[in-house]
Design a protein around this ligand. Structure first.
Ligand code: NAP
Length: 366
């Protein structure tokens, strides 16, 4: 086990902060940061901005120039060993004469997966891995979910009243959460590779499902995904406004209306007769989606939870009471006794405007 110093931690923390700056742009690539240090001084730093652009190591090496010789590179992910859109970073570090590479974690991506470390070690570079690994894994949980589990990380976002209502019985839900919460949702949307909703929400709200930010920060436009088994919503046009690509997912036995030419995918039905959500997620993962944000009603949100596919729940609780006739957070959970209750872990709690925002993750059942 390597004993890392306080300075090692400090420089890796700096590298992680740099990596995070790519949160809205790098997908489907992981976020990566790199800090080059010589004689205790930062001589170069960089982060990966977007697919096809230079990797973090290359940006940092360019900034450092000759000062990279003999330096230590702090990287949040194992340097790549393959030629993708750019050349192997392991080779660039070797050529620049970097003496030591400290990585937060190995890259499980099949074309790397230890090959970057091997290459560096073979060239005489000292390689140490595992510094602040938990933080590095948290940063790229979507990328890691896709590579390691074969499906995207799935976040369900819901706004509810204090009495847990997500819409009125007549479908009206505008607006439960306040303006600050809705602006906050936009920043979470910017982190997602896909924004997914159900036919019920499209029929009730005709949402745009786009990212609308106050500033002009760049972001990769998320794919809009509509789970619409019977293609019943195609007259509702806002998701096809051209502002972002949209994928309709319908049941394999649905007859596609003539002239309907939007991108679509047929999915099988599960044992409950509804779309098989796991198949849908696997397909989106295979298509390069790291993170999905579900913004649907109680039916689909409940179906994802019931299927054990929810990784986190982003809940905005507004100081309102909507009464007992409103729609719940989740339909069909099948919880009738205390013994069947579902446990969630609270990851983060904060005030957003007048609302309370909770980030929760289901606790694995024993
Ligand atoms: N408060 C909030 O954060 C929030 C967010 C979004 C929506 N809403 C509100 O929620 C209401 C709509 O909710 P909703 O429950 O009616 O609709 P929904 O959950 O958005 O969509 C439900 C539909 O999804 C389709 N679906 C596809 N695969 C499914 C599966 N495996 N299991 C279940 N359904 C599947 C079904 O379509 P088919 O019936 O066509 O087969 C189902 O009826 C609206 O009033 C909206 O305003 C609130």
């Amino acid at each position: 086990m390597t004993a890392f110093t306080a300075d090692d931690h400090r420089f890796m923390a700096q590298s992680l902060r740099l990596a995070e700056r790519g949160a809205w742009t790098t997908r489907p690539n992981p976020m990566v940061g790199c800090v080059l240090v010589a004689d205790g001084e930062v001589v170069g730093e960089g982060f990966h901005v977007q697919k096809g652009g230079p990797h973090a190591e290359v940006v940092a090496l360019q900034a450092a120039g000759d000062r990279a010789r003999g330096a230590t590179a702090y990287v949040t992910l194992e340097p790549c060993a393959h030629t993708g859109s750019t050349g192997p970073c392991a080779d660039a570090l070797i050529e620049a004469g970097v003496a030591r590479v400290v990585a937060a974690m190995r890259d499980p991506f099949p074309q790397v997966d230890g090959a970057g470390f091997d290459r560096l070690r073979a060239a005489g570079v000292v390689v140490e891995s595992g510094l602040m690994e938990a933080q590095a894994r948290a940063l790229n949980r979507g990328f890691l979910s896709r590579v390691e589990r074969g499906r995207p990380w799935l976040r369900v976002k819901l706004a509810c009243s204090l009495d847990g209502r997500t819409a009125m019985a007549n479908g009206d839900s505008k607006w439960i959460s306040g303006e600050a919460s809705r602006a906050d949702v936009m920043r979470w949307r910017a982190r997602a590779g896909a924004l997914l909703t159900g036919s019920g929400t499209v029929l009730a709200d005709d949402p745009h499902l786009t990212v609308r930010l106050a500033g002009d920060a760049p972001f990769a436009v998320p794919l809009r995904v509509v789970l619409d088994p019977g293609l019943a919503t195609i007259s509702r046009g806002n998701v096809r406004d051209g502002a972002a690509p949209t994928l309709y997912v319908h049941a394999h036995d649905t007859k596609v209306p003539q002239g309907f030419d939007a991108p679509r995918m047929a999915a099988p039905r599960g044992s409950d007769g509804q779309l098989d959500l796991r198949v849908v997620l696997d397909a989106l993962g295979a298509g390069g989606i790291n993170d999905i944000q579900v913004e649907a009603g109680a039916t689909l949100s409940g179906a994802f939870l019931r299927a054990g596919l929810v990784d986190e729940l982003l809940l905005y609780i507004a100081p309102l009471l909507l009464g007992e006739r409103g729609r719940p957070l989740f339909d069909g959970l099948g919880v009738d006794t205390m013994a069947q209750r579902l446990h969630l872990e609270t990851i983060d709690t904060r005030r957003v405007g007048d609302d309370t925002r909770l980030l929760l993750r289901p606790k694995p059942t024993a």
